[in-house]
Every structure is written in C-alpha cells, then in structure tokens.
Write a protein that binds this ligand. Structure first.
Ligand SMILES: Nc1ncnc2c1ncn2[C@@H]1O[C@H](COP(=O)(O)OP(=O)(O)OP(=O)(O)O)[C@@H](O)[C@H]1O
Ligand SMILES: [Mg+2]
Length: 248
C-alpha cells in the first residue's frame, strides 16, 4: 500500500479538490483506494456525501479501532474514512502519547490496512503541528498544491523546514501548481522561475469552474464528466505522481 498525503500549511490552495480527484483517478485505474479525511472541516467527506458513524471520533481513530467506520463511496474501488468534528483535537491527543513514538502514531495506524488497499490518500488540514509531523512521517509521498504566488512559495519553504525537522527525505515532496491562471502575469512569472526545480511535477491544475462546481455536484470532476479539462488534468497528475512513486 502506498500512502499519499495532500498537505500544505496554507489554507485554500486546493488540497481537498486534489485529494478527492486524485483518489478518484486512482480508483478508476483499478487500484483499491482509501481516502482518509483528516480535516475536522470534513470537506472531502462532504464531496462524497459520507457522514461519520455515530460512535466515531478522534479517540477511536488513534486507538486503531477504526476499520468499522470506513464507508464505501458511490464509486467502485473507492472507500472513505470520514472526518469527525473531534479531529480538531487530534493534536492534543497525539501530544499525550509517549514522546519517542508520538510522531509515528499515524504511520503505525495505517499498517493495519496493509493488504486491503493499494493506495491511501490523506486529505490534511492546513496546520503545522504534531499531526502534520505525523502526516509527513506516514506518507510515502507528500503532494502539495502551490498557487503560483510568492506567499504559496513561503509555505513550500516551511514544508522543507518541517521535513528537515522530522528527518524525512525531501525527495518525497511532490509540488504541483494549483489554480493556475495563465492570464495573470504573477502566475506566469512564478511558474517560469520555479517549475524547473525537482520538487515540482509537470502537470498543472488550472483555475476551472468545474472544480468549483464540485460543491454543488458533490462528485469528483471525473464522475461528472470524464472528458472535462479538470478531470483530464487530475488523471494526468495522478499518473505522474504514481509513476514517480513507482520509480522511488
Ligand atoms: N483548480 C481549481 N479551480 C477553481 N477553483 C478551485 C480549484 N481548486 C480548488 N478550488 C476551489 O477553491 C476553494 C478551496 O479549495 P480546497 O477546499 O480544495 O482547498 P484546501 O486547500 O483544501 O482548503 P483548506 O485549507 O480550507 O482545507 C474551494 O471552493 C474549491 O472549490
Ligand atoms: Mg481542505
């Protein structure tokens, strides 16, 4: 099982849109996929019309007793572990664990799913906390959307710093340009300057109304229209990310 985290310390950069659509792309290519919604806001769960089970909460997640709360989605090969409001306290719960193992708690939890899924995708909250450190250490690949502006590049630098802090290999970072608007000179300039760096994948996700409309359709863009530009770009990005993860 390969673990992908869609993570950035910056909010509103397209993490959830990417997590939902990349998980869907992976499932249509025949892989057994679990999408874990780790953000208490529950946006990924909302897109898949899935609510957490009655007795689910952050405590149950960290106890490892969470398999029974995994839900099937409307799509073949794609399951979801929904978020719960109590996930906003995951950091506090992690901080109470033993000092030398608390950064590895998430990785340890996911080993229980080995053999059941080929791909695990985490949709992560925009934090820089102990949970973020857990996410980085659990992931084989950290997918990070970058809107081509200077502020987004700052959060990329922060990510590199976090990798250093926890001793993770920064080769695992996969940046991609998100919500790209070619008519904006700032976007063109930033992409021109930074796309050559090894941290960035080639595929970009443009700013597209189809992605925004997911709030209404509550479906991945590929389920609404597999031929749409958005669906094709996310499929292309998934292929690029998967092929890179296979080479490593
Ligand atoms: N490529 C895109 N084109 C147009 N709108 C987009 C695109 N990607 C995301 N959006 C929209 O931008 C908003 C933020 O996107 P999203 O929720 O995916 O970001 P996020 O990084 O997960 O945010 P948060 O940090 O709050 O979890 C949403 O309304 C979403 O529909
Ligand atoms: Mg989100």
């Amino acid at each position: 099982m390969k673990i992908f985290a869609v993570y950035s310390s910056k909010g509103g950069v397209g993490k959830t849109a990417a997590a939902v659509n990349l998980a869907y792309s992976a499932s249509t290519s025949g892989q057994r996929v679990l999408l874990c919604d780790l953000d208490a806001q529950g946006a990924a769960s909302f897109y898949f019309r899935v609510r957490p089970g009655k007795n689910f909460n952050g405590k149950k997640l960290l106890s490892g007793n969470f398999s029974k709360f995994i839900r099937a989605s409307d799509y073949i090969n794609l399951d979801l572990l929904p978020a719960h409001f109590s996930f906003r306290n995951l950091d506090l719960a992690l901080a109470k664990l033993e000092r030398d193992t608390r950064r590895q708690a998430l990785r340890k939890l996911f080993t229980r799913l080995e053999g059941e899924y080929d791909v695990l995708v985490m949709d992560c909250p925009p934090n820089m906390t102990l949970l973020s450190e857990n996410i980085i250490l659990a992931a084989d690949s950290v997918i990070t959307p970058v809107i081509p502006t200077t502020l987004s590049l700052v959060s990329l630098k922060q990510l590199l710093k976090m990798f250093k802090k926890v001793g993770a290999d920064d080769n695992r970072i996969n940046g991609f340009f998100s919500m790209v608007e070619q008519r904006k000179s700032m976007h063109k300039k930033v992409i021109g300057k930074y796309s050559k760096y090894a941290i960035f994948r080639k595929t970009q996700i443009p700013y597209l109304a189809e992605v925004e409309k997911m709030g209404l359709t509550r479906q991945p863009v590929g389920a609404t229209s597999s031929g749409s530009v958005a669906a094709q770009q996310y499929s292309k990005l998934w292929l690029e990310l998967w092929e890179r993860s296979e080479r490593r």
